[in-house]
Design a binder for this molecule. Structure first.
Ligand SMILES: *Cc1c(COP(=O)(O)O)cnc(C)c1O
Length: 365
């Protein structure tokens, strides 16, 4: 038996979600974020489908992720959002680095001059995220300095919202204002970079943030906690019963005896645990679907195993399919539901389960 889950990815739903975003932002470029293996959906497969649907530029977190795309034959422009390593790989693989400091701008400039090349870069300005990007007192002066460096050319300017869900509009508005001022300053100097700040939440709720391009992640993967617009989830997470056991009333289940049976029970054991990304916080705190019925996770989630209460389900067989996320019969469990039960966010469920389990792809290829 395979450990863990089978993670099914529906690429047709990716195309659907992309179309939906296109419909909102009209004619602007979309830079899909495929970092962390496309949020656990598989960066290569996801990127191929996006390119097939007309996407030009992709965004990843680190150079190693961009190289993986190149090695699988993807030659589209790739923005590298976070990698501080300004290495020759940027030039070798033709990547678009995001510049977060004067220091890295200078290193890159020297490298480019040495190779007799000019490299297009996107500069990140910290408009309020407090993570990376230019944040000196005088960002404008620093930008002018970067613009003057030989061997690099500012082709893009980016920033990032500190509220992933943009619940507080005044903060977001302040960030857009600061970012727009810097944009206007560069334009006065005759520098016209592609300006982008909008993440998924902004695409759904903040049209004034669209500027020249948008950078969706979560929405593409079929999660929209921000508005009533329905995107379609790509990921289903399924496994099989490993064992079905009769357990007498009053017995404890799993570590720490956090669950005691209140009746003679039928307990199902699943071959998935926190080592497979089924987070331990789901202990006594999540449901799965078996034979079209929701059943609760009981006791602590273990490293490789998780128990569920099957007492109310009829005709159970060992090896029955168990749906952790997705639909079976009339029932449906979303990634958001599992995340909120376990006290986390969809992003973490996607990456923890998506990255550690066997993936299969469905949809027209
Ligand atoms: C992850 C990330 C995004 C995408 O965010 P979503 O909330 O998934 O849309 C966009 N920009 C940057 C800089 C990011 O790190």
């Amino acid at each position: 038996m395979h450990r863990g889950a089978v993670v099914e990815i529906n690429l047709d739903n990716l195309s659907y979600n992309l179309d939906l975003i296109k419909g909102r932002i009209i004619d602007r470029p979309i830079f899909p974020v495929v970092k962390a293996d496309a949020y656990g959906h598989g960066a290569v497969e996801v990127s191929r489908r996006l390119i097939h649907c007309g996407i030009g530029t992709l965004a990843v977190a680190y150079i190693s992720e961009a190289i993986e795309l190149r090695k699988s034959g993807i030659n589209n422009p790739v923005i590298v959002l976070f990698d501080p390593e300004i290495s020759e790989d940027i030039l070798k693989y033709g990547l678009i680095p995001v510049i977060n400091s004067m220091r890295s701008a200078k290193v890159l400039s020297a490298l480019a001059i040495k190779q007799g090349r000019e490299i297009g870069v996107h500069v990140n300005v910290d408009s309020g995220m407090g993570r990376l990007g230019l944040n000196s007192e005088d960002i404008k002066c620093e930008l002018t300095g970067i613009a003057a460096l030989k061997g690099i050319r500012i082709t893009g300017l980016m920033s990032h919202f500190s509220d992933a869900d943009l619940a507080d509009r005044t903060l977001a508005a302040g960030q857009i204002k600061r970012f727009s001022e810097i944009r206007a300053y560069l334009q006065e100097k005759g520098i016209k970079p592609v300006c982008h700040i909008a993440n998924s939440a902004a695409i759904m709720t903040l049209p004034e943030s669209y500027l020249d391009a948008v950078r969706p992640g979560l929405l593409l993967y079929g999660c929209n906690p921000y508005s009533s617009v329905k995107v379609k989830p790509l990921m289903s997470i399924k496994t099989q019963l490993l064992a079905v056991r009769k357990v007498k009333k009053g017995m404890s289940v799993s570590y720490g005896r956090t669950f005691i049976t209140m009746r003679d029970s039928l307990v199902g054991v699943l071959p998935i645990g926190y080592a497979d990304g089924f987070i331990r916080a789901a202990s006594n705190n999540a449901e799965v679907i078996v034979r079209g019925k929701r059943v609760p996770v009981i006791g602590r989630v273990c490293m490789d195993l998780t128990m569920v209460d099957l007492t109310d389900v009829e005709d159970i067989k060992e090896s029955d399919e168990v749906v952790i996320v997705g639909s079976q019969g009339e029932e449906f469990i979303s990634v958001e539901e599992l995340a909120s039960n376990a006290g986390t966010i969809a992003y973490e469920v996607f990456t923890s389960i998506g990255l550690r389990n066997r993936r299969v792809y469905i949809g027209n290829n």
